[in-house]
Design a protein around this ligand. Structure first.
Ligand code: C5P
Length: 206
């Protein structure tokens, strides 16, 4: 069983993915972390984020052991991820890693932007998570502050809108719901409510 969860920045898809994986005893991959790790590697080595050769090299050298690095959660890494993720060769290099993860037993939950459309077009269930941009900005700001970072809600909102635009309008694997995805709007839901709504969808189709 493969559960594909896609959606825009800070829509809650990561938390939802983690919770669903726990509920079903499946493995979970937050695919945004992969692009964040590539961007972070370039930032650390002083490369331009649009340097295709360096980005491809960083993607080839990806080390999943480092996915837990808190530096990957920052705004800067997210913004960088949205730049490197628009490079077709980078996406190509990272495709197999994601597909292999999805294929292993006992089942997997992957969340990202193109899981239902490109990575796992045959996923058993596809959920596209949306939420009002202002709600997303508020949640992201609170999370950043909880980590001890300074965060200005208006700036976070501007970043979210800019990132969504870039992700939606890129030529390769743009952010969009798969034709057979279920839409889940969690603007008015808390985490538990979102998890329950997703489980209802999954139970109805499996
Ligand atoms: O979800 P997260 O905020 O961690 O994603 C960071 C960036 O990585 C996104 O803005 C998007 O550009 C890119 N990404 C992607 N495809 C995915 C996951 C993330 O292009 N499957």
């Amino acid at each position: 069983m493969i559960i594909a969860i896609d959606g825009p920045a800070a829509s809650g898809k990561g938390t939802l993915g983690k919770r669903l994986a726990h509920h079903y005893g499946y493995r979970h991959l937050d695919t945004g972390v992969i692009y964040r790790a590539v961007a972070y590697a370039l930032m650390q080595s002083g490369h331009d984020l649009r340097d295709e050769a360096a980005a491809v090299q960083a993607a080839l050298e990806l080390d999943p052991e480092k996915f837990g690095n808190p530096a990957l959660k920052t705004q800067a890494a997210g913004e960088g991820a949205s730049i490197v993720s628009a490079i077709p060769r980078v996406r190509e290099v990272l495709l197999n890693f994601q597909r292999q993860f999805a294929a292993g037993p006992p089942g997997a939950v992957l969340d990202g932007r193109d899981i239902g459309t490109v990575i796992c077009p045959d996923a058993d269930v596809k959920i596209f998570v949306v939420a009002d941009p202002k709600v997303r900005a508020r949640r992201r700001t609170m999370e950043a502050r909880a980590r001890g970072e300074e965060a200005d809600e208006a700036a976070v909102l501007a970043d979210i809108i800019q990132r969504d635009e870039r992700d939606k309008n890129r030529s390769i694997a743009p952010l969009k719901p798969a034709a057979d995805a279920y839409l889940l709007d969690n603007s008015q839901l808390d985490i538990e409510g979102g998890v329950r709504a997703a489980i209802d969808i999954i139970e109805a189709v499996r």
